[in-house]
Design a protein around this ligand. Structure first.
Ligand SMILES: Nc1ncnc2c1ncn2[C@@H]1O[C@H](COP(=O)(O)OP(=O)(O)OP(=O)(O)O)[C@@H](O)[C@H]1O
Length: 263
C-alpha cells in the first residue's frame, strides 16, 4: 500500500450548500498531516468522509488501500483511531472507570469492555501508560482526572489497537499552555508507534516537529497542500485565516503574528 488516504475530486453538498468543493488530497506512507482552517471551513466534514461516517456527493475516497463503497467499513474503522473533544459528551458513561481500564477498553473500540484482555494485552496497556507518562494515574477514576490527563488517556485508548491512522481533532482545545505542550510531545510517541497522524487545529503553534505536511482549507476548498515549510507562508496563512498574518519560525516550529491594522 503506497497511499494512506486519497481524495479525488471530492465534493460534499448538504442543504444546497457546497460544504466541500473539488478536494484532491493524498497522504503517503510516513507523512503526518495537519489540517488548518477557520471555523466552518469544512475540516470536520472531511474527517467524517475519511472515517466513512459520510459519503461524498461526487468524487472518490480511498483509505488504506480500500475504496469506500467497495469495502467492509467496520473492519476499516478499526484501523482508524479518532480522538475529538466533540466526543466529550459521551464521556459520562466511563466516569467511574480507571485510567488503565479506559486505555484497555480501546481494544474493543467500546467503553466498558476490558474483562477479556490477555496478560499480554495488559502489558500493552502498561506500555502505553508509560509511553504517554500516565503511569501515576493507575487506579484513579476518569472523573477526577484533569482535562489534559483525560485527553492523553483517550489518546492512549485510541493507540490500543495500533491504528494505521490516528485523527486528533482539535486535541488542545481548552488546555493551558503547559498541558498543551505535554500533549504535543505525545505526538512523538504516536509516530514512533507507526500511526499516521491527522491533526486538526486552528492554531499553527500546535504544528510540532512530527507534522510533515499541511492542508489548508478555506470555505470548503483546498488553498494550500504540501510540506509544511513550503506551504506555511504569510500569503497562504493570510488567505486561510482571512486576516493579514505572518509566520515566524522558532526552532522548527511556526508561530503566528497578527498584523493589526490601524483604522
Ligand atoms: N450535514 C450537514 N448539513 C448541513 N450543513 C452542514 C452539514 N455538515 C456540515 N455542514 C456545514 O458545512 C460547513 C463546514 O462545517 P464543518 O463542521 O465541516 O467545519 P469545521 O471546519 O470543522 O468547523 P469548526 O472548526 O468550527 O469545527 C458549515 O457551514 C456547516 O454548517
Amino acid at each position: 500500500m503506497t497511499h494512506i488516504v486519497t481524495c479525488r475530486n471530492v465534493t460534499f453538498k448538504r442543504d444546497g450548500q457546497q460544504v466541500l468543493n473539488d478536494i484532491n488530497w493524498t497522504i503517503n506512507q510516513g507523512e503526518h498531516w495537519c489540517i488548518l482552517g477557520l471555523n466552518g471551513s469544512g475540516k470536520t466534514t472531511l474527517l467524517n468522509l475519511i472515517n466513512g461516517y459520510a459519503f461524498p456527493t461526487t468524487g472518490t475516497i480511498s483509505v488504506l488501500g480500500n475504496e469506500f463503497g467497495k469495502t467492509n467499513l467496520p473492519n476499516l474503522r478499526k484501523r482508524i483511531g479518532y480522538v475529538s473533544s466533540s466526543l466529550d459528551r459521551f464521556l459520562h458513561i466511563m466516569q467511574n472507570e480507571t485510567a488503565e481500564e479506559i486505555v484497555a477498553s480501546g481494544k474493543y473500540a467500546s467503553f466498558g469492555l476490558y474483562e477479556h484482555l490477555s496478560d499480554q494485552e495488559w502489558l500493552r496497556v502498561n506500555d502505553i501508560l508509560e509511553a504517554l507518562r500516565l503511569q501515576h494515574l493507575k487506579g484513579k477514576s476518569f472523573s477526577v482526572l484533569s482535562q489534559g490527563e483525560k485527553r492523553r488517556v483517550l489518546i492512549g485508548r485510541a493507540l490500543m489497537n495500533n491504528p494505521d491512522i490516528l485523527i486528533l481533532d482539535e486535541p488542545c482545545t481548552g488546555l493551558d499552555v503547559l498541558t498543551r505542550e505535554e500533549l504535543i510531545n505525545v505526538m512523538n510517541e504516536i509516530s514512533a508507534r507507526g500511526s499516521h497522524i491527522i491533526y486538526v487545529t486552528h492554531h499553527i503553534e500546535e504544528i510540532s516537529d512530527v507534522i510533515t505536511n499541511v492542508l489548508m482549507v478555506r470555505d470548503g476548498e483546498v488553498i494550500g497542500s504540501g510540506r509544511k515549510d513550503e506551504v506555511l507562508t504569510n500569503e497562504s496563512l493570510s488567505a486561510t485565516f482571512k486576516l493579514p498574518v505572518s509566520v515566524r519560525w522558532l526552532h522548527g516550529r511556526p508561530w503566528l503574528n497578527i498584523s493589526i491594522q490601524a483604522n
